[in-house]
Design a binder for this molecule. Structure first.
Ligand SMILES: [Zn+2]
Ligand SMILES: [Zn+2]
Length: 375
């Protein structure tokens, strides 16, 4: 993600900031333009209407702070005439912990922060989503539930993304990560994975890419339940690829379970790469020299793919990231190897995301129908 700058004092601002650390100005994020800047309460306004940036906005831009600014630590702005005062991110959440459950609420705020980061990125990529309140059949909704009080399974079902809020607890998540032998596990990663399931029918099936998908990821019509049972049964019989084998074909071990999971893992990884590169770019820190990277052979094999330059810049950058994190005594920030097959899959995601975004940019003046067509 790119960085932002305070329009009062020029301090670098981060996406989660609600106050400038240099000049103490209040900050708000305006999701339509995708900008973070200073806000101030509009003088003589009876409501909590704010001015965004240093200039008075026109009548079409009358804004207030999100009603969830405390419970979800939300720094987003929303139009002044929205009755419940919930921003475009918060209104997508249909289930959250009880007000009396302080521990779960802290995890909820953490999860909402990750969700805002996800939505900002999707918007920047031109992958708009609609909520179920606007489109019950094709919209998306988030249910943030805590497994400390009920049985919760993180997943996606018909546009409903469920997250176990225990994943926001560092000790719990690290324990699960070790139990499952994963190199990497984050709340943001979960959300990127689950939204990948949401986009699968839209980017692949609706756009007419099913055959190409099957050639790369396999036949998704095989039984999902059988694949799931086998995966969690720890079935070591010949069915599941060994560690040595899956690295050549999949971005993670979990991706080997079923073509849908492979897609979701690959889609999430694509979002990781795009976000990481945006951050690196915004600070002038991109090293497109993969010669020393473990994946250099893979990149050579995949040099003809459209995602190639992006992967090259990313591998060069992660090389430095990992060297720096080791210098500071921590493990690799980026514990992945990208094989030629995985790069081909990333290229597939890249082409589908890019063409979906182009159809937004090139289309007629966006209305509900055209937004729906591409999501
Ligand atoms: Zn400032
Ligand atoms: Zn909000």
């Amino acid at each position: 993600m790119r960085s932002f700058q305070c329009s009062v004092c020029s301090q670098v601002l981060f996406f989660d900031n609600s106050r400038c650390l240099q000049c103490d100005s209040d900050l708000g994020y305006e999701p339509v333009s995708g900008h973070l800047d200073v806000i101030s309460l509009r003088e003589s306004a009876a409501s909590n209407e704010v001015v965004f940036g240093r200039t008075e906005a026109g009548d079409g831009d009358r804004l207030q702070r999100c009603a969830n600014r405390t419970v979800a630590s939300c720094n987003w702005l929303v139009a002044i005439d929205v009755p419940d005062g919930l921003c475009a991110s918060c209104r997508l959440t249909t289930v959250r912990p009880n007000d009396a459950d302080a521990a779960a609420l802290a995890d909820f705020a953490f999860a909402e922060s990750a969700k805002r980061r996800l939505l900002h990125q999707l918007n920047a990529l031109g992958l708009e989503i609609v909520g179920k309140e606007d489109d019950p059949d094709r919209g998306v909704a988030f249910e943030f539930r805590s497994s400390s009080t009920e049985l919760v399974t993180t997943g996606h079902d018909g546009g409903v993304i469920t997250l176990d809020l225990s994943e926001a607890d560092d000790a719990h998540r690290e324990q699960v990560r070790q139990d499952l032998g994963e190199p990497y596990r984050t709340v943001l990663g979960h959300l990127r994975h689950e939204i990948g399931h949401y986009f699968w029918p839209r980017l692949v099936v609706d756009a007419g890419h099913t055959e190409e998908f099957r050639a790369l990821f396999g036949d998704e019509t095989v039984s999902y339940q059988a694949a799931l049972d086998s995966h969690y049964a720890g079935d070591a019989s010949a069915e599941s690829p060994s560690v040595a084998a899956w690295v050549d074909t999949h971005v993670s071990e979990y991706a080997t379970m079923h073509p849908w999971e492979d897609w979701a893992e690959t889609f999430a990884h694509y979002l990781h790469i795009r976000a990481g590169l945006d951050s690196a770019n915004s600070f002038g820190f991109v090293l497109g020299e993969p010669a020393l990277s473990a994946s250099r052979d893979a990149l050579a094999d995949g040099s003809g793919v459209s995602v190639g330059p992006m992967v090259q810049a990313w591998l060069g950058t992660t090389l430095v990231m990992n060297a720096m994190s080791r210098s500071l005594g921590t493990g690799n920030h980026y514990p992945f190897v990208l094989s030629p097959t995985v790069i081909q899959k990333l290229d597939f995601v890249h082409r589908l995301v890019t063409s979906a975004a182009v159809s937004v940019a090139d289309g007629p003046v966006p209305d509900v129908a055209t937004v729906d067509d591409v999501t």
